[in-house]
Design a protein around this ligand. Structure first.
Ligand SMILES: NC(=O)c1ccc[n+]([C@@H]2O[C@H](COP(=O)([O-])OP(=O)(O)OC[C@H]3O[C@@H](n4cnc5c(N)ncnc54)[C@H](O)[C@@H]3O)[C@@H](O)[C@H]2O)c1
Ligand SMILES: [Zn+2]
Length: 291
């Protein structure tokens, strides 16, 4: 919030007016914050996003969600406002490290799993460096765009983009409380492993599809070790993630590769089972090789 105040002050000092345009050049943090700064300054200035990270290009810069964190509460303050343009140039990715590439790759895999079977097949046979090309980025960004165009304010369909995020966010929060940083993309990758398990458990996803997905995700995203005793705490964080019905937690689950269903209510016992499954993978982590 302090940074926002500084930027609003600078905009005022430079006498920026309603007809001026703000250009947000940076990763998701910059486009989220810059979008918010522009959206509320003098009741709203137009802005352009120029994302410089893979996450920004395929996800954060698209869809009009702007916002900032309030202390530990993520995206607590924000508004929906669409950029007038999103300008993507893959040249920025040449300086991006592998960990940041992996974060974006996780969201690309998510887009493929919920919407585009062929993209899944293409992404899973490509090396991390190869997925940072224009063809894949454009295809992935267009999936997000097509979803948010149909449901800009997340009334229903847009929730499909939460795949992997219910358990992913809970794990992110859990490790944050331990002062161990689990990057968002990594958390989403691991969340997708658990939610793929749940998709099969709930009878939506075939065993063959589950095995296809898990063999790739578990090779790319390493599950950090956590003890059985951590499960109640992770469940609590899952409950807080969404408005859930009593003892059930609301998920987006897969019915096949390239097709997902929103508003799937899962019992806490089943979520706990999925977390135990994740725990079993963390023991095996050294048997998987990373791309
Ligand atoms: N609005 C949305 O719909 C949406 C969607 C997904 C994520 N997000 C938000 O986006 C943020 C994550 O975005 P991110 O992953 O881009 O993180 P980020 O903006 O923190 O960038 C990651 C790191 O990469 C550096 N960086 C940026 N561009 C670079 C480049 N070209 N070369 C080298 N380094 C570069 C940054 O300085 C930073 O250290 C989170 O706050 C998340 O909540 C928003
Ligand atoms: Zn995400």
């Amino acid at each position: 919030m302090e940074v926002c105040f500084q930027v609003w002050q600078a905009l005022s000092d430079y006498e920026i007016g309603r007809k001026d345009l703000i250009i947000n050049l940076g990763g998701g943090v910059v486009t989220d914050m810059g979008g918010f700064i522009a959206a509320v300054f003098k009741r709203g200035l137009d802005f352009i996003h120029v994302p410089t990270t893979l996450v920004g290009m395929v996800d954060a810069a698209i869809g009009g969600k702007t916002g900032i964190d309030l202390g530990p509460y993520k995206n607590q303050i924000g508004v929906f406002k669409q950029p007038v343009l999103v300008l993507i140039d893959t040249i920025f990715l040449s300086t991006l490290n592998d960990s940041e590439r992996l974060n974006g790759y996780a969201e690309m895999l998510k887009h493929a799993l919920i919407f585009d079977r062929e993209l899944w097949d293409l992404l899973t046979v490509s090396h991390l460096n190869k997925v940072c090309n224009r063809k894949f980025i454009e295809r992935s960004a267009k999936i997000k765009m097509s979803i948010v165009e149909k449901d800009p304010f997340e009334k229903d369909l847009r929730k499909v983009l939460n795949y992997g995020h219910t358990i992913g966010h809970a794990l992110e929060g859990y490790f944050l409380e331990l002062n161990e940083f689990l990057p968002h993309g990594q958390a989403v990758g691991i969340g997708m492993i658990a939610e793929t398990y749940l998709s099969h458990k709930k009878g939506l996803l075939s065993e063959m599809a589950m095995k296809n997905i898990l063999s790739h995700l578990s090779a790319v995203f390493h599950v950090p070790e956590f003890s059985k005793n951590a499960i109640p705490q992770i469940l609590k964080l899952c409950r807080n993630d969404k408005k859930n019905e009593s003892t059930k937690i609301n998920f987006t689950l897969l019915c096949e590769i390239g097709n997902a269903k929103v508003n799937q209510h899962v019992s806490e016992a089943d979520v706990a089972e999925a977390l135990l499954f994740l725990g079993s993978l963390s023991d095996l982590k050294f048997t998987f090789s990373q791309d």
